[in-house]
Design a protein around this ligand. Structure first.
Ligand SMILES: *Cc1c(COP(=O)(O)O)cnc(C)c1O
Ligand code: SF4
Length: 381
């Protein structure tokens, strides 16, 4: 952590920095967090700016594009937080942001405005308050520790937190969302595994986005978790130019199961400021899923979802009604109609997607009061 790449001079020692990257590093300073672990930096291709590892962590000028449609809090997490950093949006489970720190700061991060921020940090008293809330809410049986990255906390701190949750009778399982096996596999130490094993059942969901990240060192970290009785799942974000092709996704998913990691969710990238250049058209994602279905091991298939203030919506034709201009219209599992601003597919593939009826063009649905539009987005004419 102390040896992280955090300056232009540092990164120039790792890669041949392009003008676009140099401008990105300069202009995002003080706006978005930026840092790369030496391990993750070692996976970057020094000569290829399109390298899928490099694209995830080196800022580009497009992060500050003036036309970004973006919001700071796309899931209205603040509104769903009864106490600081505890999001209670599903009846039986909560997401608990226990820290704002990460080992690397991914350029597409859903909590891009919050990660690394002092105001998003949790003091001991604030953690206690969140634990009190969980104690008082007997319907909560599943606690998801997230952040930031919970594994930036030290063993003693984690032991206290997990131990406190274990003592709450109605909490059946604790899950940890962490990118450590991907960006700093050295963090999965025997001491950490011992803490997780002792306080189990603890599940880990990690976050590989590309087969290139499945190194021997990363696989070793996964195996250490598995040996400590921690099941390991994976969440991937569908990212333009990084993993939005059939080959990239297939290699990733097959590589994950080879590493004994169970693919869980494939996320549609959120509408959040500074990430527009990563967003893919939803019908392209749906088409990729359709082309993978039946062609890879069943349990290598993730569920393609969009997270909304009404919960996660599976992006398949049961829920997705169609495209209306620059929006994709879908029904949430709670019966609300949701309109997501989303880029249209490029001309070259649009015709095929329409012909194969991946997603129909539809009119704006009636009953506007039942429709929620992602705030911060402008509704077209
Ligand atoms: C994603 C999420 C969860 C966990 O949902 P699962 O579908 O069970 O993985 C819980 N709380 C919030 C707020 C979430 O966004
Ligand atoms: S590790 Fe997760 S929380 Fe941290 S910056 Fe990356 S995506 Fe965001």
């Amino acid at each position: 952590m102390r040896h992280r790449v955090t300056t232009l001079a540092d990164v120039e020692r790792c890669i041949r920095v392009t003008d676009d990257e140099r401008e990105g590093i300069r202009r995002t300073e003080g706006v978005f967090q930026w840092s790369i672990t030496p391990y993750y930096a070692s996976l970057m291709d020094a000569d290829d700016p399109a390298c899928p590892v490099r694209r995830q962590v080196v800022p580009l000028a497009s992060e500050l594009a003036p036309d970004i449609v973006g919001v700071e809090d796309p899931l209205e997490e603040v509104a769903h937080s009864p106490v600081k950093n505890l999001i209670h949006n599903y009846r039986d489970r909560v997401a608990f942001c226990v820290t704002s720190q990460c080992a690397i700061y991914c350029r597409y991060c859903l909590r891009k405005r919050m990660v690394g921020e002092a105001s998003f940090m949790m003091r001991r008293g604030e953690l206690e308050e969140a634990l009190d809330y969980i104690r008082a809410h007997t319907e909560v049986r599943d606690v998801l520790l997230t952040g930031g990255d919970p594994l930036t906390l030290g063993e003693r701190h984690l032991d206290w937190l997990l131990g406190s949750l274990k003592q709450i009778e109605h909490v059946d399982i604790v899950r940890i969302g962490t990118r450590m096996p991907v960006k700093l596999p050295q963090r999965i130490t025997p001491e950490l595994c011992e803490v997780l094993e002792r306080n189990g059942p603890v599940w880990v969901n990690t976050h590989f986005n590309h087969a290139k990240e499945l190194t021997p060192r990363a696989r070793e970290a996964v195996l250490a978790l598995l040996k400590a009785g921690v099941p390991v799942g994976n969440q991937t974000v569908l990212l333009a130019g990084i993993n939005d092709s059939l080959d990239a996704l297939r290699e990733l998913l097959e590589g994950l199961v080879r590493a004994r990691v169970r693919p869980y969710y494939l996320y549609q990238a959120q509408v959040i400021g500074g990430t527009a250049h990563f967003r893919t058209p939803i019908e392209v994602g749906m088409d990729l899923m359709a082309r993978l279905q039946g062609r890879i091991t069943g349990f290598a298939m993730p569920v393609y979802v969009l997270d909304t203030p009404f919960g996660k919506i599976p992006l398949n034709r049961t829920y997705v009604l169609g495209r209306c201009g620059d929006f994709v219209i879908m029904r949430s599992t709670r019966g609300r109609v949701w309109a997501e601003p989303n880029p249209r597919p490029p001309e070259a593939v649009a015709a095929r997607l329409v012909e194969e009826a991946v997603l129909p063009e539809i009119a704006w649905p009636d009953g506007a009061e039942t429709i929620s539009v992602r705030s911060g987005a402008e509704v077209g004419a």
